[in-house]
Design a protein around this ligand. Structure first.
Ligand code: CDP
Ligand code: MG
Length: 835
C-alpha cells in the first residue's frame, strides 16, 4: 500500500540524483503525481540510505571499515607521547578555547561565519576539529573538507603544517591541490587545501562536490576576485546540496557584511591573544629616534608625504634604529612595502648601513619560490636580528612567528581597470585603515610589540576604511566566461534534462533555475557581495561575444566551452586555438602560459641597463620587434639550459625568475594536454621555424584585438623653450584610437630603432596608466594580420578612394588605413568570411 511521504524540496532533488547515480532498482516504483511524490515507505528507506551513501560515495561496508580505522588513529594521536609537541602547539592556540562552540555551531547550521585574528588557528585548526570530532564519533570517513586559499604557497604551507600536526606525511588525510602541483589527500576522512581557482574549476563538473561534507572559504576579508565569485556560487549551491556545510572564515573582526550576505547566519568569533601593540606615527619619530631620524625627511614637511613615493631612507633608518636601540634577539622586524621591486631597493639600501652586519635580511613576496620564502620563517643564528621585507602577503596570509616590530610604509600597489578607456591604472596608493590595523597586529603575536607607521595621523584618518574589492577593479572577461561554464553543467543541464513539463518537479527546478539566475551573467554578478559596475560587466560580455566565446543570447559556444577549460584569459585561449589550426601552437603555448604569471624578467633596479640589454638579446632579428616573441626565445633557451642542468645559472645571467620559468613550463604542458584532450583540431605543425614564428606573431591579433596602435610622426618641443623661441623636432611615436601613448621602457619595441618614414602597427597586451599612458607587451605586426584576424573588423573598401585600378584602400574600424593590391584585398575579404 503506497504511502505518501512528505519530502522536503531538496530531499526530492537529491533522491532523483541518487536514482540516476546508483541505478537503484526499486521494489515499488515511485510515482510522481501532479503535486506530490508518492513513495511507499520501504522504497523511501532504500532511497534515503542511497542518498546518504551517494553523498559519501562509498559502500556501507567500506565506510564501516574506514570509520573504525580512523577512530583508532584518532585515539592514537590523542593519547600517545609521540604527538606531545603537536598537542602543545595546538592547545596553546586561541581557537582551542572555542573548539566545542565551533563544532556545534557548524553542525547545526548550513553556513557559519568565523572570525579571529590571523594566527589564532582558523585555517589549520577548524578543519581538524571537524574531522577529529567525526573520527571520534565513528563516522570520520563521511567527512571530506575542502578549504580554499587565495594563494598557492599558503595552500602548501598550511597543508604541510596540518599534516605535521596529525603526524602524517602529506597525501593521507591531509593534502593540497594547486595549479600544476598536487598532493591530494584520500577521498574519505580528509582535508583538502586548494586554491580558490581549483575549487571553481571543479565546480564546472556536475559532480564537483560529490563526497564533500564541508566547504570552507578562507581569507574572505581579502575580497579577492575568485573568493567573491566563489561566495556567490556557494550560496547558490546550498540549495542544490542539502547536506553541504559552509564555513566562511575572515581575519577581520567586522563580519557583518558576510553574515548579512548569508541571510543572517550565525557568527562565531575567536577572541584573540594579541598582545598590546604600541603604535607610533611619523610625527612621533623625530623625538623617539633623535639623531637617527634622517635629516632629509625632517626637511620635507611631514604632513605632505607623497602618496606614490616610498621614503627608503626613512624606512632604512627606522629599521637600523630598532635593530640597535632595542635589545638584541628580542624579536624580528617586519617591514611592509608595496612591491617586490621596492623590497629589492630597500634591501640594497639597508645592506649599506653599518647596522646591517647584525641583521639577517629576508624578503617575502609572491615572486619568490617556496624554498626562497622559507628563509623568512627560519630563525637566524644567535645574536642576529631577523628583518623581513614583505609585501601585503605577510598581512594575513602567512604568519612569521617571532615578529615584535612592524614598520609600515602604509602603501599598496593598486591596479584599477577602467572599462570605458580599456585601461589599467597602476599606482602606489595608501592602503586602507583595515589593512593598517592588520599590519599593526602582526607585531603583537609573541609579546607586547611596536608598530611604526611611516605616515602621519592625518594621512591615516584620510585612508579608505576598507580596500576596494578586486571584483570592482579588474577586467572581468575570464570571470564571466567561468560563470557561464559553471552555470552550464551544474544547474541548467540538470534542470533541462530532468524536468518534465507540468510536474511539480519541473516547477521546482524551474524556480531554481530562475533563482540561481546563472543564465545571465549580469544577473549573476549582481548577486555578488559588492557587485562590479554595469559598464565593466558589459565590456567583458562584449569582448566574449566578439571573441566568439558566447553567442548573442550569451550561451556558451563550442569555442567558449574549450576556452573555459583552458584556464587562461580567453584572449590567449583563442590564440592557442588558432595556433593549433595554423600549425604554430608551440610559440603560442609559451606566450599564453607566460600571460598567466608575472613577467619572468626580474629587473634589479641597480642593473636596469644590463637587464634591458639581456632582454634585447632575446629579440628575434626581424623587422617586427615583439615582446611576446622575446618570451618565446627566452623560454626556448632556458629549456635547453635547464635540460643541461644549468637552468638556475642561466636565469641568473639573463635576469629571469627561475620559479616563473618553471611555472611557464608546467602551464605549457597543461595547455597542450587540454587542447589535445579537447580535440579541437588535429595538431599539425609546420617544420619551417621562421614561418611558424611569423604566423604565431600574426595570431596574437586573434586574441589581443582591438588593442592596436599605429605609428605617427609627432612634433616634440626640443630643449629650451621661451615665449619667443620654439624648437621642435619630429619623432616617431604611437597612437591609439584616442590619443598619444608610449611604449613601456622595458619593451624591445624601441621607437628609436624604427624608420620615421614608414608606418608601423603594433598590438599590445595592456594599456597601463602610471605617470603616462604606457603600452605593455608590444608586438609589431604586418597590417594584413590586423585585417585578417581582427574581430568583427568593419572594413570599408571604398572603390572611390582607390588610387589606381590595381590598388584598393582598406579602412579598418575607420582609423587604420592601408593600400593593398586589389586582388590580394579581395582575397583577404573572402578569407575573413571563412574565419
Ligand atoms: O588561519 P589563522 O590565521 O587563524 O591561523 P593558522 O594559519 O591556523 O595558524 C595557527 C598557528 O599555526 C599559527 O599561529 C602558527 O603558529 C602555526 N602555523 C605554522 O607554524 N605554520 C604554518 N604554515 C601555518 C600555521
Ligand atoms: Mg588563515
Amino acid at each position: 500500500q503506497p504511502a505518501i511521504v512528505g519530502l522536503r524540496d531538496e530531499e526530492l532533488l537529491m533522491m532523483e540524483d541518487c536514482l540516476q547515480r546508483l541505478h537503484l532498482e526499486l521494489q515499488h516504483s515511485a510515482v510522481t503525481h501532479d503535486s506530490e511524490m508518492i513513495v511507499d515507505e520501504e522504497s523511501f528507506a532504500v532511497l534515503y540510505q542511497g542518498a546518504v551513501e551517494a553523498t559519501i560515495s562509498v559502500s556501507r561496508e567500506q565506510a564501516a571499515t574506514e570509520n573504525a580505522m580512523l577512530r583508532l588513529e584518532a585515539r592514537k594521536r590523542m593519547f600517545s607521547a609521540e604527538y606531545g609537541e603537536q598537542r602543545r602547539a595546538r592547545l596553546s592556540l586561541p581557537s582551542w578555547t572555542q573548539r566545542q562552540k565551533i563544532i556545534d555551531t557548524i553542525a547545526s547550521n548550513r553556513v557559519v561565519v568565523l572570525t579571529g585574528e590571523t594566527g589564532c588557528g582558523k585555517t589549520t585548526q577548524v578543519p581538524q576539529y571537524l574531522l577529529e570530532e567525526a573520527e571520534a564519533l565513528g563516522f570520520g570517513a563521511e567527512v571530506h573538507i575542502i578549504v580554499t586559499q587565495p594563494r598557492r604557497i599558503a595552500a602548501i604551507s598550511v597543508a604541510e603544517r596540518v599534516a605535521w600536526e596529525r603526524g602524517e606525511p602529506l597525501g593521507k588525510s591531509v593534502g593540497y591541490v594547486i595549479r600544476l602541483e598536487d598532493m591530494p589527500p584520500r577521498r574519505h576522512g580528509s582535508i583538502l587545501y586548494c586554491t580558490t581557482g581549483i575549487l571553481l574549476r571543479r565546480l564546472q563538473k556536475a559532480d564537483g562536490l560529490a563526497g564533500v561534507s564541508h566547504v570552507i572559504v578562507d581569507e574572505v576579508h581579502e575580497r579577492e576576485l575568485d573568493t567573491d565569485f566563489l561566495l556567490v556560487v556557494v550560496r547558490e549551491l546550498l540549495n542544490v546540496h542539502p547536506y553541504l556545510h559552509v564555513v566562511i572564515m575572515s581575519a577581520t573582526l567586522d563580519a557583518s557584511i558576510f553574515t548579512r550576505y548569508f541571510g543572517g547566519c550565525p557568527h562565531v568569533n575567536i577572541p584573540g591573544m594579541i598582545h598590546p601593540v604600541q603604535v607610533y606615527y611619523l610625527e612621533d619619530l623625530p623625538q623617539l629616534m633623535g639623531q637617527f631620524f634622517p635629516p632629509a625627511t625632517r626637511q620635507r614637511k611631514l604632513g605632505c608625504s607623497d602618496e606614490e613615493d616610498i621614503d627608503f631612507e626613512l624606512a632604512a633608518a627606522v629599521i637600523s634604529w630598532i635593530a640597535q636601540y632595542f635589545a638584541k634577539g628580542a624579536g624580528a622586524i617586519l617591514c611592509f612595502l608595496p612591491g617586490w621591486d621596492m623590497i629589492a631597493m630597500l634591501r640594497d639600501r639597508l645592506s649599506k648601513t653599518p647596522a646591517s652586519k647584525g641583521m639577517a635580511i629576508m624578503a617575502l613576496h609572491s615572486q619568490l619560490s617556496a624554498g626562497e620564502q622559507r628563509g623568512a620563517f627560519t630563525h637566524p643564528p644567535g645574536g642576529m636580528r631577523k628583518v623581513v621585507l614583505a609585501t601585503n602577503i605577510a598581512e594575513t596570509s602567512v604568519t612569521i612567528d617571532d615578529v615584535v616590530y612592524v614598520v609600515d610604509c602604509g602603501k599598496i600597489k593598486h591596479r584599477q581597470f577602467d572599462p570605458s578607456r580599456n585601461m589599467t591604472t597602476m599606482r602606489v596608493q595608501w592602503t586602507s585603515q583595515a589593512s593598517a590595523r592588520q599590519r599593526q597586529g602582526r607585531a603583537g603575536r609573541v609579546q607586547a610589540g611596536f608598530c611604526f607607521r611611516l605616515y602621519t595621523r592625518d594621512v591615516h584618518a584620510r585612508m579608505l576604511e576598507h580596500q576596494i574589492p578586486e571584483m570592482q577593479r579588474v577586467p572581468l572577461e575570464e570571470l564571466c566566461l567561468q560563470i557561464k561554464a559553471i552555470a552550464a553543467p551544474n544547474v541548467s543541464s540538470q534542470v533541462a534534462e530532468a524536468a518534465s513539463p507540468g510536474s511539480n518537479m519541473s516547477q521546482l527546478k524551474g524556480t531554481m533555475a530562475v533563482n540561481t539566475g546563472m543564465n545571465d551573467i549580469a544577473m549573476f554578478l549582481s548577486k555578488a557581495l559588492q557587485p562590479p559596475k554595469g559598464t565593466s560587466v558589459f565590456a567583458a560580455v562584449k569582448v566574449l561575444r566578439q571573441l566568439g566565446a558566447i553567442d548573442q543570447y550569451e550561451n556558451l559556444t563550442p569555442l567558449g566551452r574549450t576556452l573555459a577549460k583552458l584556464a587562461v584569459h580567453p584572449r590567449f585561449g583563442k590564440m592557442l586555438i588558432y595556433g593549433t589550426l595554423l600549425g604554430c601552437l608551440d610559440p603560442l603555448l609559451t606566450i599564453a602560459a607566460a600571460a598567466c604569471f608575472k613577467d619572468p624578467f626580474v629587473v634589479p633596479i641597480s642593473k636596469r641597463d644590463e637587464a634591458d640589454k639581456m632582454r634585447e638579446n632575446f629579440a628575434i632579428n626581424s623587422a617586427y620587434a615583439s615582446d611576446h616573441l622575446v618570451l618565446v626565445s627566452a623560454f626556448e633557451q632556458w629549456k635547453k639550459a635547464n635540460l643541461a642542468g644549468q637552468g638556475h645559472s642561466f636565469c641568473e645571467r639573463h635576469f629571469l625568475a627561475p620559479m616563473t620559468m618553471k611555472l611557464i613550463a608546467g602551464m605549457r604542458y597543461q595547455f597542450e594536454k587540454t587542447i589535445t584532450e579537447a580535440r579541437v583540431f588535429d595538431t599539425w605543425v609546420t617544420s619551417d621555424l621562421e614561418a611558424r614564428t611569423h604566423v604565431a606573431r600574426c595570431i596574437l591579433t586573434a586574441g589581443l584585438y582591438p588593442n592596436i596602435a599605429k605609428s605617427e610622426l609627432c612634433r616634440e618641443s626640443k630643449g629650451m623653450k621661451n615665449a619667443t623661441q620654439h624648437a621642435y623636432r619630429w619623432r616617431l611615436g604611437f597612437c591609439v584610437q584616442n590619443g598619444r601613448v608610449f611604449i613601456h621602457p622595458t619593451s624591445v619595441v624601441n621607437e628609436k630603432h624604427l624608420d620615421p618614414n614608414k608606418h608601423y602597427y603594433l598590438i599590445y597586451q595592456e594599456k597601463v596608466q602610471t605617470s603616462q599612458i604606457y603600452l605593455r607587451g608590444c608586438t609589431l605586426l604586418p597590417p594584413l594580420a590586423l585585417v585578417l584576424l581582427g574581430w568583427n573588423v568593419s572594413i570599408s573598401s571604398d572603390s572611390g578612394a582607390a588610387i589606381s585600378g590595381d590598388w584598393m584602400l582598406l579602412e579598418v574600424e575607420g582609423w587604420l588605413k592601408f593600400h593593398i593590391d586589389r586582388r590580394a584585398g579581395l582575397l583577404l575579404l573572402e578569407l575573413r568570411q571563412a574565419f
